[in-house]
Design a binder for this molecule. Sequence first.
Ligand SMILES: NC(=O)c1ccc[n+]([C@@H]2O[C@H](COP(=O)([O-])OP(=O)(O)OC[C@H]3O[C@@H](n4cnc5c(N)ncnc54)[C@H](OP(=O)(O)O)[C@@H]3O)[C@@H](O)[C@H]2O)c1
Length: 324
Amino acid sequence: MKGIARGNEEVQLARNKIGKPYVWGGGDCNGPTKEGQPKAGFDCSGLNEHVTQYNDYRKWGGTSYSYNDAQLGDMFYYSHNSGIGHGAALALLEHRAHVTIISSSEQRVKSVVEDVGNPNLHGKVGNVREEESFIELLRSLAPIDHLGTPLCSTASTLKDSCSIIRGPIAEADFDECKHLFGVKFWGAAICGKAAAKYDIISSGGSLTLTSGTGAMNPGKTASIGGALNAGLFTMTQGLALELAEKRIRVNCVVPGIVSTELWDKMGTIGKGDEQAQKLDAMGKKLPVGFCATGEHIAEAYLYAVRADYATGSLITIDGGGVLK
Ligand SMILES: NC(=O)c1ccc[n+]([C@@H]2O[C@H](COP(=O)([O-])OP(=O)(O)OC[C@H]3O[C@@H](n4cnc5c(N)ncnc54)[C@H](OP(=O)(O)O)[C@@H]3O)[C@@H](O)[C@H]2O)c1
């Protein structure tokens, strides 16, 4: 984050807070919140806001700079592994949960676990396209309290993944469409089947699927991508009834536009600065006035995990995008 660098002053401000306790949700521009109460302190974003003196620094979006250009007082955020699942994992870790992330790439799992460096975070390699081995992996992790599936196909094996999510149906390549369904739709179904067939998720736990607001508002060019997401709505409601027998709640997070690696993979709005500016512009048109990151969407997963009374719920978190 450039343009706010006051170098030594920021570092000194941060040093002055050494010894303040970690308090979830604590801290803002003015200092540790809940001052005067037994626990006044900061969490990571609260401390960042205080040090930078910028209210909700997360809304700044991201301009990419080389690590070699770092100057005293700059704040650096890793641009990789920025997906919705990553945001949810970090939020759960902040709540002292033990989290296992699963990715189809060994290198990706390794780098996330190393970067985060939290002893409660573990990584496993698994490909949700391979039903048998994926279910075996889930069984090896049992008992799990909560299972989440923020899955999306990577574009690396596709010619043009964007045309699946958005594009005229006359141009659709159905093999590619099936590839996307293979991860997002069938991946969710495999998790539902595994939870129903085996004792993987503990009684009282939850399964959280992920859809997208394209289900409600596909526009003219997302009949297939929208239908994929809408299918997850129905799957959520069906599974909620089926898994109720095992006292497992099933909910679905429905994000609107989110700044994640998915946009790099789709390639529709460029990369780096160009992409950040376009996402920023799209965010400004939303009622909330900014584009979410995985960290914002994580709140919906926390709700799905914690809300004992919620099952079969479609948890829309889209900055008010569907209202327009
Ligand atoms: N970003 C948005 O604007 C937006 C908006 C609405 C809905 N959504 C939905 O939210 C979900 C998460 O999106 P995101 O933006 O976080 O996307 P992302 O950054 O591309 O993350 C997708 C995740 O799926 C995993 N994955 C893909 N193929 C896999 C496979 N075969 N086996 C196991 N894991 C696999 C990826 O891990 P590996 O590639 O390492 O395996 C990655 O962790 C998706 O369902 C997406 O459609 C996103």
